[in-house]
Design a protein around this ligand. Structure first.
Ligand code: FAD
Length: 398
């Protein structure tokens, strides 16, 4: 149970004004509230403190002897799951939305912090405190842009909410856990998704225009386990673009500097994480981090098909080869990219090994980025588990 304590306040920043984390700000929303008072300790990019917060939240931090712990964080169970009746229009099968609806209808929580979109733009995030299942369902599907989820924390307190579910990505959840004790809640539930390569709304536009045949009709996309980006269009058609055909040279600066400096891909501090990358194609990947997460999952268990996680293949060579290729912005001609996609889908890493492939590729890339752009931050910003992961590979000289 979270303690109630009077908290300190400071004046929230005005939209568009410089942020304490400067270029590394991920726009998590904390600085839009009076909880900015705590930003120096709470911001994921000013004070990386994952191990300490893991110990406070889950009762322990990662076990250095366990490779699964370094990669996937503290957990008591992992599985692959999908809804027996998927929610149409959800990002995957809608486990996240179903869980949030169930928590409201069973009265476990009074509100859910989630991300709808603005009326004008399907990808522009609009953070809300949903009080009904309809409002939760209106937040289904990713808005693949930086989103100020914590900007509603003042409104949570003003509304007198005591039991709250927050849905969010790693940087948002790290700051949330850091101020959790100040929120005056009786119970906070955290439902996280993995997150990587996020972008500003302008960056998203550049990504869509560089990569999709019809950027204006994209309603949904995902970097899938078959090594292709799947774009879904308004007319229901799917467009597949192999990872190896992405125009890396044009996209190198599209990702937010915060995401290039992040090592919390798997959302270490959520109670329950719902992603896809450790599961077979078409299934979602569930990581139960603690007892609260277990209780949350139990609410929807009877709506799910479930299977154990598995792991197949060896990612290491593919990761090692991708490091200089990304660094030099190599882009293959489309025929070669498609061919490579077909081959790697047949013989490449699957299940948890695919998740490790994705973590290794992003951590090595981000480590190089920090080492070059923010060398003074490298030591403190990279958690121990990430240093171990990166140390498995040979990196180019600075
Ligand atoms: C930016 C982003 C990147 C992701 N990258 C990966 C990845 O690399 N690997 C992986 O395994 N999984 C990733 N995920 C998670 C995955 O894409 C699905 O969101 C997850 O599996 C839940 O699917 P669902 O059908 O249950 O969700 P739905 O039922 O469709 O619900 C989606 C939920 O996401 C929330 N949301 C939407 N946009 C944002 C946002 N910008 N910030 C915070 N919350 C948001 C909404 O509030 C909504 O509740 C990412 C998610 C996001 C938001």
């Amino acid at each position: 149970m979270t303690a109630t304590a009077p908290h300190q306040k400071a004046r929230a920043l005005k939209p568009g004004s410089p942020r304490p984390a400067k270029a590394l700000c991920s726009e998590c929303g904390l600085c839009d509230t009076y909880y900015i008072h705590y930003v120096k300790e709470a911001c994921a990019f000013l004070n990386q403190q994952i191990a300490d917060l893991e110990a406070k939240t889950h009762g322990r931090s990662r076990n250095v002897e366990s490779e699964d712990d370094w990669y996937f964080g503290v957990h008591q169970e992992m599985m692959a799951a999908r809804k027996q009746e998927p929610i149409p229009g959800a990002q995957w099968t809608g486990i996240v939305s179903s869980l949030a609806c169930e928590m409201l209808t069973q009265n476990l929580v009074e509100g859910v912090v989630c991300v709808q979109n603005t009326p004008e733009d399907r990808f522009q995030p609009q953070v809300v405190i949903a009080r009904t299942p309809e409002e939760v369902l209106a937040a289904k599907v990713n808005k693949p842009t930086l989103s100020p989820n914590l900007s509603v924390l003042e409104a949570v307190e003003q509304a007198g909410l005591k039991r709250l579910l927050v849905i969010g990505v790693g940087c948002q959840i790290q700051a949330l856990r850091a101020v959790e004790k100040q929120l005056g809640l009786e119970k906070l539930y955290v439902l996280g998704t993995p997150c990587v390569d996020n972008v500003t709304r302008a960056g998203l536009q550049k990504f869509l225009e560089t990569t999709s045949r019809s950027p204006e009709t994209v309603v949904h996309y995902e970097f899938m386990q078959d090594f292709r980006v799947h774009f879904k269009h308004e007319d229901g058609s799917t467009e597949l673009v192999p990872f190896f055909g992405l125009k890396t040279n044009q996209l190198k600066d599209v990702f937010a500097p915060s995401c290039m400096s992040c090592f919390d891909y798997v959302n270490s501090l959520a109670d329950l994480v719902v992603g896809y990358m450790g599961a077979p194609f078409g299934w979602q990947w569930i990581v139960v981090r603690n007892q609260t997460g277990q209780e949350m999952l139990n609410l929807v268990r009877d709506q799910l098909d479930v299977q154990p996680v598995h792991s197949q293949g060896d990612r290491r060579q593919a990761v090692q080869q991708s490091i200089p290729a990304y660094d030099q912005g190599v882009t293959l001609p489309m025929w070669a990219a498609k061919l490579m996609g077909v081959v790697i889908e047949k013989i490449g890493p699957k299940g948890l090994e695919y998740a490790r492939f994705s973590i290794d590729s992003h951590f090595t890339r981000n480590y190089l980025y920090l080492r070059r752009q923010y060398p003074e931050k490298l030591e403190a910003q990279v958690p121990e588990y990430a240093k171990r992961i990166v140390a498995q590979y040979k990196l180019p000289p600075t």
